[in-house]
Design a protein around this ligand. Structure first.
Ligand code: GLV
Ligand code: MN
Ligand code: MN
Ligand code: MN
Length: 427
């Protein structure tokens, strides 16, 4: 027999849209690039400012705030049976270079507002409700995506990796963390959460794709998250003078990189499914002078699929191409480093059902969909039942300054999140 929420709860949920929009706008000013773009990189001054901003808002909402050794931030509203495992929600506020102000942010500020909405309605949670702001969902600074949630999920591999991780300026991960105030960052295992620490996790996020807007649907209920992999590659050649070294004598590391980038596209297109995608988003040449043959090249490759095996077979083919290009061009393949090769995650059936009935009770249209972007939810799914709620965004734009969701769509998402959390908190 399922515990019931009061019939009137769904009609008494009201979002303070003005205040929420104000917070989204204010947070977007903590940026290293100028508006409308947002750039907020892990442990930078602007990231530290955004952390302080979020903690203040959590405290103003009456949440008890704690932070772990790497800066995942938790704000808890105690339930009336506080010994039960809490229900958690949250997202990230870091932003890749020249991106927008909604990716992640909607799921953090929106989650705190969902708690406010429930408080104003008079609802009292049985299980505690907890909002999490994850550290570094984006891989920008250290090349590692979902750094905070990966650690929460207990990744020993990441612990080893972080001991030798530096950013592009050669700043060590631990030094960067310390400079942002995380003095105990080396104590990485203290970040791990035990399986069962939460009874569930739900993330609110903009869709980052065009489907909801195109179909005029208010809510996406995510059933699965696609499987991302990322690879760092380096080629080395002899370099030399752009005029004096004749073509037959060259081993151009830049051309090897260019050829590999095209090979990535080819292998992805030949996978047999439109669900396979691949991107070379970073391509750097050394020394980077018009009259010098590139002696070194560096590529970072992102490839994803909803089918893990198919994604893995693309990764293998990329490796084979890297080997054959290096052989044929006489350049050295000095690095082929698979940074991560993550499996996909499935949403929990009960959380899907809760989000669906929350949408129905709020008279909002919804559809089930998969997430092609990855999220902290991918890793939370390793330690707790997981679900995600999507809202429409303008033309599906994301990871660029034009990213936009209307406050009406955001408020719908916040209400569905609030009602879903309420349902999970009494079960
Ligand atoms: C995360 O931002 C992703 O690239 O999906
Ligand atoms: Mn993102
Ligand atoms: Mn995001
Ligand atoms: Mn993301």
């Amino acid at each position: 027999h399922e515990p019931q929420l009061s019939e009137s709860l769904s009609s008494s949920l009201s979002v303070d849209t003005q205040n929420l929009q104000k917070q989204i706008d204010e947070l977007s000013t903590f940026s290293d690039t100028s508006a409308p773009s947002v750039t907020r990189i892990l442990y930078s001054e602007k990231d530290v400012m955004s952390r302080r901003y979020i903690k203040n808002i959590m405290e103003a909402s009456g949440l008890s705030v704690r932070e772990d050794a790497v800066g995942n931030i938790f704000g808890q509203w105690s339930g009336y049976e506080p010994e039960l495992s809490p229900v958690s929600t949250g997202s990230h506020t870091d932003a890749i270079p020249y991106s927008g102000k909604y990716d992640g942010v909607v799921g953090v500020l929106g989650a705190i507002e969902a708690i406010n909405v429930l408080k104003r309605s008079g609802f009292k949670p049985k299980r505690s409700l907890e909002v999490i702001m994850f550290a570094s969902e984006e891989p920008t600074r250290f090349g590692i995506s979902c750094l905070g949630s990966r650690l929460l999920a207990g990744s020993e591999e990441l612990v080893q990796q972080l001991k030798k991780t530096v950013d592009s300026e050669n700043v060590a991960f631990f030094d960067a963390a310390k400079s942002a105030g995380y003095k105990n960052a080396e104590d990485l295992s203290s970040v791990f959460l035990k399986n069962g620490s939460y009874s569930g996790f739900v993330e609110l996020h903009i869709e980052q794709g065009p489907i909801l807007e195109e179909e005029g649907i208010s809510i996406g209920v995510v059933t699965a998250i696609a499987a991302p992999a990322s690879i760092k590659v380096e080629f080395e050649g002899n370099g030399g003078h752009a005029g004096a070294v004749l073509m037959p004598q060259r081993n151009d590391a830049g051309l090897a990189a260019a050829e590999l980038a095209l090979a990535v596209e080819k292998h992805v297109l030949e996978s047999g499914s439109v669900d396979t995608v691949g991107t070379v988003g970073i391509l750097e040449l050394h020394p980077g002078a018009i009259n010098s043959i590139p002696s070194k090249s560096h590529l970072e490759i992102d490839t994803r699929d909803i089918d893990e095996e198919r994604r893995n077979s693309v990764v293998d083919k990329i490796y084979q191409s890297a080997l054959s290009i290096s052989k044929r061009r006489g350049v050295k393949l000095s690095q082929f480093n698979i940074v991560n090769k993550d499996p996909p995650a499935l949403s929990d059936e009960l959380i899907i059902k809760a989000a669906e009935s929350a949408s129905r009770e709020l008279n909002l249209t919804y559809k089930k969909m998969i997430s092609r972007a990855y999220h902290d939810s991918l890793f939370m799914a390793r330690i707790t039942p997981m679900g995600m709620i999507f809202i429409p965004c303008y033309k599906g734009y994301s990871h660029k300054p034009e990213e936009y969701s209307s406050i009406t769509d955001i408020a719908n998402g916040v209400k569905v999140l609030a009602l879903t959390l309420a349902k999970l908190s009494i079960s």
